[in-house]
Design a protein around this ligand. Structure first.
Ligand SMILES: [Cu+2]
Length: 195
C-alpha cells in the first residue's frame, strides 16, 4: 500500500524546511602585511548595521609580563571590562591618550579594571617604561578575530548576510572588503595591507 497521510507529507516538508534554515558560516582567510616582518596582531572584523554585541560578564585580562603588554593587541566588544594585570616583578602603570585615563601605577600581583564604553582603538602605555605599548581595540560587532604570525584568521558562527570585512593594523592603513556569508558555507577572504 502506498498510502501516505497528509500529516506525514507535512512532517517531511517541515523537516526539509528546517534543514534549509539559515546556518552560520565561517569567514577565514589571510592578511598579507606588506613591509612588516610579521602579519600577526591584525584585527579582522565583520561590520553590518544592527549587529548586537553582548559584553562578557567576566573581565577580559590584559597582562603586563616581561615588560610587555600581552597580548600586544586585545580586541573586545563595547561594554567589556578589561582587567589590567601585572605579572612582572616591577611596578607598571597604564594610561591611554585616546581613552583619557590613567589607571595609576601598581605593584606585581595587583590589577585594575577599566570598562570600554565606546568603539575605537585605545593605545595602552606605561609611564614607568616608555617602550611599552599595547592596544585595546573596541568593536561594535561580535564577529572578529586576530591574525596569527602568517596572517591567517578565522571568524566562526557568522549568520548569513552581507558584511564589510575590516582589517586594522597598528602600522598599516585600514582595509575594507565586502563579503557575503551564505548559509552554512565557508567564505574565504584574503586582504593585503600596506603603509
Ligand atoms: Cu611598565
Amino acid at each position: 500500500m502506498s498510502f501516505r497521510s497528509p500529516f506525514t507529507a507535512a512532517a517531511v516538508f517541515l523537516g526539509a524546511a528546517a534543514l534549509t534554515a539559515a546556518q552560520p558560516g565561517t569567514v577565514s582567510g589571510k592578511v598579507t602585511a606588506k613591509g612588516l616582518r610579521t602579519s600577526a596582531d591584525i584585527v579582522v572584523s565583520l561590520e553590518a548595521s544592527g549587529l548586537k554585541v553582548t559584553a562578557p560578564k567576566a573581565p577580559v585580562e590584559f597582562d603586563q609580563k616581561q615588560m610587555k603588554f600581552i597580548p600586544h593587541v586585545l580586541p573586545v566588544v563595547v561594554g567589556t571590562t578589561v582587567r589590567f594585570l601585572n605579572s612582572d616583578t616591577v611596578a607598571h602603570n597604564v594610561f591611554s591618550p585616546e581613552g583619557g585615563y590613567n589607571l595609576g601605577t601598581w605593584p606585581p600581583g595587583q590589577s585594575k579594571d577599566h570598562v570600554f564604553k565606546k568603539p575605537g582603538v585605545y593605545t595602552q602605555l606605561c609611564q614607568v617604561h616608555p617602550e611599552m605599548e599595547g592596544y585595546v581595540v573596541v568593536l561594535d560587532t561580535p564577529y572578529f578575530a586576530t591574525t596569527n604570525k602568517s596572517g591567517a584568521f578565522e571568524i566562526k558562527d557568522v549568520p548569513p548576510g552581507k558584511y564589510k570585512l575590516v582589517a586594522w593594523s597598528e602600522k598599516l592603513k585600514r582595509v575594507e572588503q565586502d563579503v557575503t556569508v551564505e548559509t552554512g558555507k565557508p567564505t574565504t577572504a584574503n586582504l593585503t595591507m600596506s603603509k
